[in-house]
Design a protein around this ligand. Structure first.
Ligand SMILES: Nc1ncnc2c1ncn2[C@@H]1O[C@H](COP(=O)(O)OP(=O)(O)OP(=O)(O)O)[C@@H](O)[C@H]1O
Length: 333
């Protein structure tokens, strides 16, 4: 708090405006000064006339912010720097093939394995911050320590945001109303600007563009997925994002991952798609309900990824041509 300007504080904690009002503090000309600098601007005469107690105003503001954060369930996003998975056992009760795995901020880890092998179970263990109390016996640490139980039950500031294959909206809202509701619940000050950022990011991911007046119920699968990814990246306070298969979503998968990681999220995604699997820094291989091994994406694989992307571009190009009714020709003709 001591280093932030009043303008920055108001942006971060919009509720402090009511503290200034209650204490009759006119900070309007001091937005680029810290609260201490503002208090220091009072003359000795002001202090005596209005019985101003600078130390008390400062410590009360600090206490007010803490209390409001507690009351509103605000967890600061920057607090989660790493997620650690402690090994448990597979479906046969055998120990998993690793001891512990730590994933840091801005890292992408993919999860691969046959259908029914336990990929979703691993994502669920993370969401539940398992403490040896799920069928896998795994443990989850946050910043190297046992996570606070309140992560499990706080609905406002969840540790984890889940992006699943099916995004079925049941509310009768426009995209704008939906985003406004979310922005307001997150106490965002500049709602308009945030909404503009999200819609532009979402349209950057979706094949077909949509606008703010589109009802969420009439978005296509790809569009709603793009909207949820942009919303999660830009507006969600959850530092960890779990993705269950985005391959069939009809969105630009590479841009989606780049967007999430650029917002400092920890990203884990279950996938069967080689391009997505190799975009990750590491991949977890699941077999029979247990983590069998963890493979670091090698330089050779990164080179292969470039090849795969070229092939993917060819396929995407053909898909687009088919869509607009053209006939396809051999690639090199
Ligand atoms: N270590 C384990 N011990 C006991 N049961 C497990 C274990 N791991 C997974 N399971 C159970 O196995 C079943 C299948 O797992 P899960 O749904 O996670 O598979 P999946 O890999 O996500 O499959 P899909 O690719 O079809 O989505 C679930 O009921 C899950 O709870």
């Amino acid at each position: 708090m001591n280093k932030l300007t009043i303008g920055q504080l108001e942006e971060k904690y919009p509720f402090i405006i009511s503290y200034f009002e209650e204490n009759k503090l006119d900070t309007s000309n001091y937005k680029d000064k810290t609260f201490r600098e503002y208090l220091d601007s009072f003359s000795q005469e002001d202090i005596e006339n209005w019985a101003i107690n600078k130390e008390k105003l400062e410590s009360d503001l600090e206490a007010f912010i803490e209390q409001m954060k507690e009351f509103l369930g605000i967890k600061e996003d920057t607090k989660v720097k790493s997620l650690t998975i402690l090994s448990g056992h597979n479906k046969s009760g055998d120990k998993e093939g690793f001891k512990e795995l730590t994933i840091n901020k801005s890292e992408i880890v993919s999860i691969v394995g046959p259908t029914g092998s336990g990929k979703s179970r691993l994502l669920a263990d993370i969401e539940w911050t398992a403490q040896r109390d799920t069928p896998t016996g795994r443990g989850i640490l946050i910043n190297g320590a046992m996570p606070d139980k309140k992560w499990r039950f706080s609905s406002n500031n969840k540790l984890v945001a889940q992006l699943s294959q099916n995004m079925n909206f049941v509310m009768d809202l426009t995209v704008k109303e939906f985003l406004e509701l979310h922005a307001q619940s997150r106490l965002i000050q500049d709602v308009e600007e945030t909404i503009r950022k999200i819609i532009s990011a979402a349209n950057n991911l979706a094949g077909e563009k949509f606008d703010l007046e589109t009802p969420v119920t009439s978005l296509s699968g790809g569009q709603s997925r793009a909207l949820m990814i942009a919303d999660t990246a830009i507006l969600s306070s959850s530092p960890i994002v779990l993705i269950d298969e985005i391959e069939n979503a009809g969105i630009d998968r590479k841009k989606a991952l780049e967007l999430l990681v650029s917002e400092d999220k920890i990203v884990l995604m279950a996938t069967h798609d080689p391009i997505l699997a190799l975009m990750a820094d590491r991949r977890i291989v699941i077999k029979n309900g247990g983590i069998d091994k963890i493979i670091e994406t090698s330089n050779e694989e990164k080179e292969l990824l470039l090849e795969l992307e070229k092939m993917d571009n060819i396929i995407q190009g053909m898909r687009n041509r088919l869509r607009i009714g053209e006939s396809l020709k051999p690639v090199n003709s």
